[in-house]
Design a protein around this ligand. Structure first.
Ligand SMILES: Nc1ncnc2c1ncn2[C@@H]1O[C@H](COP(=O)(O)OP(=O)(O)OP(=O)(O)O)[C@@H](O)[C@H]1O
Ligand SMILES: [Mg+2]
Length: 384
């Protein structure tokens, strides 16, 4: 093999046969054609009365991936999910599922013909129907008496509970009934609307792990709504951040955390310090001294993103000539796995600093604080 990955013809074992053996096809790096998205939402608009709640929303979900739709209450997450399912009729824009237009200027495929499973925010189980009947409800009549109901209950860990009424189950179990009902007809796409919001904290983490495991095994294309950043990061292959009827950024969790496109996104996905900076060359002068910037800043004044885990505290060194940014510890929050200090640099605003588990400093301590992270992201400040 040569460096390009092709076979040298001279190395062929029977050189005399060369004339009749076709040359090995040349290996060229042709990029794979872009896969057809499992879900594509383009410039979708939706109003209730005179209020527009979705403004030109774009969302792309690749087959077999999980996208978390993350945003504050009332920003339009449920409305978007319902529009994908066909439960809302958008005013404009397009929804395609695996390349097929299900909602557009001249098309509207009804929900039951979209092969989409949905778990609602409140689960919406029928209280007077048994668990098995609830699950069977999602199936065509012919399949309701067959094995599918038992198979799906088994899949979500509810084997043997088919005869019970939903009210006799725990919250986590009811949540799984709703999931089983959505999965029963083998949907191509699963939409989950805040599936864990009715569960208390300890149960929530466990049920979330179980659902994560199940989605990973099934490899089913999923959009799930949450307003919990941790949940979005844990479950989402990608996270789409939504605000006031718009998707502000869609990216892999690590990319979103490291390179948010706006200050609002930075503070919404995790803990963030935003400090004022005056741009000088490829850095910015801040309360912590010069911080290198990631890319060129658009304005002279910027807000610099310093994540709490990228700040370090040190004891003050008494010797002269050592340059340190002095600060005072105002509060200590001990979380077990780590400790967050609220420190105020002399003459500056309070910063959050995330440090190792063992608390080293106490309230009132004088410390030195410095930035140890990679070139930082800066947001333009409009001074006009
Ligand atoms: N059927 C409706 N009629 C009128 N207004 C509605 C209707 N459904 C939703 N809205 C409004 O649209 C906006 C978006 O609502 P939506 O339920 O999509 O938000 P959400 O992001 O899911 O919020 P939450 O996190 O609280 O569930 C809200 O202002 C809501 O009051
Ligand atoms: Mg909602």
């Amino acid at each position: 093999m040569n460096r390009a990955g092709t076979t040298e013809r001279s190395s062929a074992p029977h050189a005399e046969a060369d004339a009749v053996v076709p040359a090995a096809p040349e290996v060229v790096n042709v990029p794979d054609p872009a896969p057809i998205p499992a879900i594509a939402v383009r410039a979708l608009r939706k109003s209730f009365g005179t209020t527009e709640v979705l403004h030109e929303v774009d969302l792309t979900v690749q087959p077999g991936t999980v996208v978390a739709l993350l945003g504050p209450s009332g920003c339009g997450k449920t409305t978007l999910l319902r529009s994908i399912a066909g439960l809302e009729r958008p005013a404009a824009g397009e929804v395609t599922l695996a390349g097929r237009t299900v909602s557009g200027p001249s098309d509207f495929v009804p929900p039951e013909r979209r092969q989409v499973g949905m778990v609602f925010q409140d689960w919406a189980l029928f209280p007077h129907l048994s668990v098995a009947q609830n699950v069977a409800y999602g199936l065509p009549r012919a399949e309701r008496k067959g094995r599918r109901v038992d198979d799906v209950l088994d899949m979500v860990g509810l084997a043997g509970l088919g005869d019970r009424l939903p009210s006799t189950l725990s919250g986590g179990q009811q949540q799984r009934v709703a999931l089983a009902r959505a999965l029963a007809p083998r949907p191509k796409v699963l939409l989950l609307d805040e599936p864990f919001s009715n569960l208390d904290t300890s149960l929530r983490t466990r049920v979330r792990s179980e659902v994560h495991q199940l989605l990973a095994e099934l490899g089913i294309t999923t959009v799930f709504v949450t307003h919990d950043q941790e949940e979005a990061f844990v479950l989402g292959d990608e996270v789409a951040v939504m605000r006031a009827g718009r998707i502000v950024q869609q990216a892999r969790p690590a990319e979103l955390y490291a390179r948010p496109v706006a200050a609002w996104v930075a503070t919404f996905v995790g803990d963030a310090n935003l400090v004022d900076g005056a741009v000088t060359g490829d850095g910015a002068a801040t309360v912590l001294g010069r911080v290198p910037l990631d890319g060129a800043a658009e304005t002279d004044r910027v807000q610099v993103l310093l994540r709490p885990e990228e700040l370090r505290l040190d004891p003050l060194r008494p010797q002269p000539g050592v340059s340190q940014v002095r600060a005072t510890v105002e509060l200590r929050e001990y979380y077990g796995h780590d400790t967050v200090y609220l420190v105020r640099p002399d003459g500056g605003d309070v910063l959050r600093v995330r440090a190792g588990s063992a608390p080293r400093f106490a309230r009132g301590d004088r410390v030195a604080v410095r930035y140890v992270g990679p070139p930082a992201v800066a947001f333009a400040v409009d001074t006009g």
